[in-house]
Structures are given as structure tokens and as C-alpha cells.
Design a protein around this ligand. Structure first.
Ligand code: NAP
Length: 332
């Protein structure tokens, strides 16, 4: 028998959707993703991007902060408490041309569902350096709003890589905490960014641009902290792409802001996306997509805010949208 609602994705959007849907007796199934080496490399393991971060200080309800993985485990437990069924597999393909929709998972199981919520998130793009991977969470981050205020970055020189709105936003945000923000960009202008955001960044006296430059290596050391030896980044080596000269910039952190890639490949272009691959929401304030009965929530459909709390809010909306749509169809 077909499910009423399958939710694909296990970040804040997926779990919030599941909590609301389960409490509304939709008996939802969450596909949280498979625990596989491929997913580890892609940053798409269960529990999403928050499971890859350290402390979360801006999620309401946790005045002392909470570790990202703890927050996600709590959301998962809350969804389970109301009867959500959880599958630790990826959805490999969907067919939304048929009703009910037909999904295939990585265990080879075929599932049918009347409604679908896509909450598969987006993966931050990284430069792809081995040294960058090594210092992830030890100075390297792709989210200034998540990590910028951590003590390790306070009053220290920091680096932002990129030249679009994200780099401008992250760089401007980091000036609140950093002693200096080094902007490393491979061009000599911020022509991808909106002029107002570019101006705000470059007008800030704490910002030092390094034009026509690429990070070649992240540098660091092992330090004693919290009673043990931990990695700690302390700078980067950059190459000037015009002169070919290299130099070292000392910094306690490097924030990579070179775009995100929404996780939509399994949809096979059956649901409309924008030019960057984000799912397009069709109605103002709603989570409706180009396919009736398919709803989207969280970073997979959000090129702008990309916060845990906004994703959770969208997950709630998707559950309510799905419930109302199913009721209108006489399924619920
Ligand atoms: P983006 O506009 O695609 O810009 C990415 C930047 O990273 C570009 O400057 C690009 O350089 C650089 N880059 C890409 N790959 C690189 C690599 N491998 N090495 C070094 N540099 C690399 O991405 P975004 O800044 O994340 O913005 C995405 C969308 O979100 C945009 O539509 C933006 O307007 C929106 N956004 C809006 C806000 C806001 O309004 N508050 C905030 C953030 C984002 P090149 O120019 O050389 O390609």
C-alpha cells in the first residue's frame, strides 16, 4: 500500500516536517540517507550539514549553545517519539510522473507515496585541497554565521575565499569578531556580488583584499587543548595568479564561500530548479514545487538564508502543505 508521505532528508527541515506530519497522523517515513563512504566524501551523511559543525549558538532554546550533532540527534528522537519510521538509505531515483509517486532506495526497495517532501539540503563547495579537508572544523569552515563567533576566531586574523554575495556577507559578518578579514579572490573585482554588498565589504577598514589570488594550501599545527593534542590551522599559502608569486597569510580560520550545490541529482530534472540547481517554490509563502504533491523545504530550496532555523520553519510549512493537499485529495 502506498505511503501517505515520504520525507527525503534528515536535516532540520526533514525532522521538523516529520514531527509535524507524525503528530498529524500522516505516519511519515523519513529517508535519512545511507551511511556510506560516498556520502561521507560528499558531506551528505545522515543528519545533514549541522552534523558536520561544532557548536551551534544561534538555535533558539539553547541559551548555552548546543553541539550540531546533539541538536540533530534530538530532532531525530523527537520525530521518532511520534511514530516516524526511519530508513537509513538513500533514495536513488523517483518517478513523479506516476501517482502515487514511485521511489527506489539503495537497498533495492521500491516505495510508493502519495506526497513527497524533498529536504535533502545543499552541500557547501570546497576548494578540494587535502589540507583543507584536514583542517575542517579545526579552523576551516564553510559557514561564518555558524562558526564565526566561536572563541577560536575572536580577535584573530581570518580568511574568506570567494567573490560572490556569500563571500561579501560572510566577510562583513566576520569583521564583528576578527582582527582583520583577508579576502582571497581569484579575480580582481567582486563582479559576481551585488554592488551594495561588495561596497559594504570593501569599505570596511578591517577587510584586506588579495586579488587574483588562490589558496594553495592550508597551514597548521598540532596544539595542546582540552587535555589532548588537536589540530589547529594557523594560515594559508596563496599564489598570485598574475605574478605566480606565493605568500603566506597568517590566520586562525578560513571560511570558504564559493557557493553551495543543492542535493537534487536523484530527482533527474523532474522537478523544476533554478539555474544553480535549487528547487523552485511555486507559490509565495508555500513549499509547493512544479510537481503537485511534491513539496520542498530547507537548503535544497533556499539559495538565500540557509540557516538551521529557517530550514526547520520550512519543514513545518511543508508538513502542513502536504497534510492539506492530501486532505484535499481525499487521501488523509
Ligand atoms: P556565487 O554567486 O556562485 O559566487 C561564487 C564565488 O566563488 C565566485 O566569486 C566564484 O569566482 C568563486 N569561486 C567558485 N568556485 C571557486 C573555486 N573553486 N575557487 C575559488 N573561487 C571560486 O555563489 P554565492 O556567493 O554563494 O551566491 C549564491 C547565490 O546566493 C547568489 O545568487 C547570491 O546572490 C545569493 N546570495 C544572496 C545573499 C544575500 O542577498 N544576502 C547572500 C548570499 C548569497 P568566479 O567569479 O571567478 O566564478
Amino acid at each position: 500500500m502506498a505511503e501517505k508521505l515520504v520525507i527525503i532528508g534528515s536535516g532540520p527541515a526533514g525532522w521538523t516536517c516529520a514531527i509535524y506530519a507524525a503528530r498529524a497522523n500522516l505516519n511519515p517515513v523519513v529517508y535519512e540517507g545511507a551511511i556510506s563512504e560516498d556520502n561521507r566524501l560528499l558531506g551528505t551523511l545522515p543528519l545533514g550539514q549541522l552534523n558536520l559543525t561544532t557548536e551551534v549558538e544561534n538555535f533558539p532554546g539553547f541559551p548555552e549553545g548546543i553541539m550540531g550533532p546533539d541538536l540533530m540527534i534530538r530532532m531525530r528522537q523527537q520525530a521518532e517519539r511520534f511514530g516516524t519510521r526511519i530508513m537509513t538509505e538513500d533514495i536513488e531515483s523517483v518517478d513523479v510522473t506516476r501517482r502515487p509517486f514511485v521511489l527506489k532506495d539503495t537497498a533495492g526497495t521500491t516505495i510508493e507515496s502519495h506526497a513527497l517532501v524533498i529536504a535533502t539540503g545543499a552541500s557547501a563547495n570546497y576548494l578540494g585541497l587535502d589540507s583543507e579537508s584536514k583542517y575542517k572544523n579545526f579552523g576551516v569552515s564553510a559557514c561564518a554565521v555558524c562558526d564565526g563567533a566561536l572563541p577560536r576566531f575572536r580577535n584573530k586574523p581570518l580568511i574568506v575565499v570567494g567573490g560572490g554575495d556569500s563571500a561579501c556577507e560572510e566577510g562583513s559578518y566576520l569583521t564583528k569578531f576578527a582582527s582583520v578579514v583577508h579576502l582571497v579572490h581569484r579575480r580582481d573585482t567582486l563582479n559576481r556580488a551585488s554592488p551594495i554588498m561588495a561596497r559594504r565589504l570593501l569599505d570596511n577598514p578591517k577587510v584586506k583584499p588579495h586579488w587574483n589570488s588562490a589558496v594553495e594550501e592550508v597551514l597548521g599545527e598540532t596544539v595542546q587543548a582540552h587535555g589532548g593534542a588537536v589540530l589547529s590551522m594557523n594560515g594559508v599559502r596563496v599564489r598570485n595568479l598574475t605574478t605566480n608569486e606565493t605568500k603566506t597569510i597568517e590566520a586562525a580560520g578560513m571560511f570558504v564561500a564559493i557557493g553551495h550545490t543543492p542535493n537534487t541529482r536523484f530527482l533527474g530534472r523532474q522537478v523544476e530548479t533554478d539555474s544553480k540547481g535549487f528547487l523552485v517554490l511555486k507559490d509565495p509563502h508555500r513549499t509547493t514545487t512544479s510537481v503537485e504533491g511534491v513539496f520542498a523545504a530547507g537548503d535544497v530550496a533556499d539559495p538565500i538564508y540557509r540557516q538551521a532555523i529557517t530550514a526547520a520553519g520550512m519543514g513545518c510549512k511543508a508538513a502542513l502543505d502536504a497534510e492539506r493537499w492530501l486532505a484535499a485529495k481525499g487521501v488523509h
